[in-house]
Structures are given as C-alpha cells and as structure tokens.
Design a protein around this ligand. Structure first.
Ligand SMILES: [Zn+2]
Length: 123
C-alpha cells in the first residue's frame, strides 16, 4: 500500500487556553473560558469564548471581567487554567477520489468488438 502524497496537507495545530471561571464570593464555577491568548494576560478588548455549565455552545464574550456570578452576583476569577492543543485536519476530499488506471468496462467491451470486426474483415 502506498500513501498518496497529494491531497493531504499538514494538520494545523492551534493552542487554546482554557480556564474555569470561579466566583470570589461563593466559589461556584460559572463556566469556563477559552481563548487563543491567555485570558489572564489578555487585555481588554480581546474576546474569549465562554462555555457555561449546561450549555453546549460557547458564546463569545468581549470582556469576561464584566461577568458576574449567576448565584450571588459576585466577581469572577480564572481558576485552573490549562493549555490545550487542538488539531485541525485540512483534508482535500476532492483530491482523494480514486483514480484507477483501469478503463471502464464499457471501453473494454468496445475494444473487444472492434477487434472482432477487424478479425472478421481479415478472414
Ligand atoms: Zn457567587
């Protein structure tokens, strides 16, 4: 088996910072934030993605520092930040279509008939 060189591009790797958003006052976790920059060092105006507990979709938040605890309204801080790497495969499916060298059956059939005709003429 050979590995085709065409159609496969290098997978892209992107690093994300993930951290829990915790309440200063009651300690409950309001959700987690995700950012391509460190959300702690990211200044104002660098949006992060907020994933709230019980919700599948992440929402973009311009400034997580403005968020408040759902339970008590207390200020939030980032807890247990983590760095994750995600892989994005850019796969070119169009290139991957099989290109076999064998001619289709119809062509083989046509050629066979042509040869038979020539043989019949020669006879
Ligand atoms: Zn709270």
């Amino acid at each position: 088996m050979t590995i085709p060189e065409q159609g496969i591009t290098k997978p892209q790797r992107r690093t994300f910072f993930v951290a829990d958003l915790k309440c200063y006052m009651c300690g409950s976790v309001a959700g987690s934030v995700e950012s391509e920059q460190s959300p702690a060092s990211a200044g104002l105006g660098s949006p992060v993605f907020l994933r709230q507990a019980g919700r599948d979709e992440a929402v973009q938040v311009a400034n997580w520092r403005r968020l408040r605890c759902d339970r008590c309204g207390g200020p939030l801080f980032l807890d247990e930040s983590d760095v994750i790497t995600r892989r994005y495969d850019e796969y070119n499916w169009l290139e991957e279509r099989p290109r076999r060298g064998r001619p289709p059956k119809r062509l083989i059939e046509e050629r066979r008939r042509e040869r038979e005709l020539l043989e019949a003429e020669a006879a």
